[in-house]
Design a protein around this ligand. Structure first.
Ligand code: ADP
Ligand code: ADP
Length: 226
């Protein structure tokens, strides 16, 4: 089970800047939470704290029944996808997707099975032997997604994963992401500026401003009620 609970979480960077202030949110298992808000309001910082890539200055982060403030990123059962893909340029698509599993000492046959399955879901089987530089932007984004889903994470963090894609691909990938949400049965936290993505994907939308959570509501309540 992957419910998440953010209890009064704050982040102060070493330079003294407070990027997130007293953030409180309970996220149910398998929710699709959308974060919206202007650039610099603390969305990425919050995601990075959940992933364990940024230390939590104050407050508690619970995943299921575990307090995870001091748990290493690799032991959190969380996968992340960013807008800039972050693929390893010298590795093939296959090796990019297998990397996180190798790191966790998954047996080779199991890795092969998981990579092939994910590649089928994302329609990238013919690309497995290519290097990232031989892929289009949309294909790279699929590989980045594949790297995350092979691990079958309970929690999936996506930071504007579609913002670098053209309009047509964005629509396609939005449908893929919806499918992934259903087939993985994962809890997803998703940052976007795109209102259509927020409306069609989200179970709830969190509105942030200046490091403060302003509002949390269902898409219908947020966009149709005054
Ligand atoms: P968003 O994702 O909503 O655009 P961020 O979480 O990236 O916002 O940033 C929130 C605020 O924290 C911004 O004002 C940003 O400049 C600041 N910030 C981000 N990283 C650091 C850092 N390492 N040190 C100091 N300030 C930072
Ligand atoms: P996962 O796919 O499980 O999220 P990552 O691929 O993000 O894991 O990598 C886990 C760790 O290994 C990170 O700390 C990352 O910096 C490091 N790492 C990943 N790939 C390389 C690489 N090609 N060279 C050096 N370090 C790497």
């Amino acid at each position: 089970m992957a419910s998440l609970s953010l209890k009064n979480i704050s982040k102060t960077y070493p330079n003294g800047f407070q990027a997130v202030k007293n953030f409180n949110l309970d996220i149910a298992d398998k929710e699709f939470i959308i974060f919206v808000g202007p650039s610099g309001c603390g969305k990425s910082t919050t995601l990075r704290m959940i992933a364990g890539l940024e230390e939590i200055t104050e407050g508690e982060l619970w995943i299921g029944n575990n307090l995870v403030n001091d748990v290493e990123p690799k032991d959190r059962d969380i996968a992340m996808v960013f807008q800039n893909y972050a693929l390893y340029p010298h590795m093939t698509v296959y090796d990019n997707m297998a990397f996180g599993l190798k790191l966790r000492k998954t047996p080779k046959e199991k890795i092969d099975q998981l990579v092939q399955e994910a590649a089928k879901i994302l329609d990238i089987v013919p690309l497995l032997d290519r290097k990232p530089k031989a892929l289009s932007g949309g294909q790279r984004q699929r590989v980045a997604m594949g790297r995350a889903i092979v691990r079958n994470p309970k929690v999936f963090l996506m930071d504007e994963p579609l913002s670098n894609l053209d309009a047509k691909l964005r629509v396609q990938m939005r449908i893929e992401i919806s499918k992934i949400h259903q087939s993985l049965e994962a809890t997803i936290i998703y940052v976007t500026h795109d209102q259509t993505e927020a409306l069609t994907l989200g179970t709830r939308i969190v509105v942030m401003k200046d490091g403060v959570m302003q509002q949390v509501a269902t898409p219908i309540d947020l966009y149709t009620k005054p």
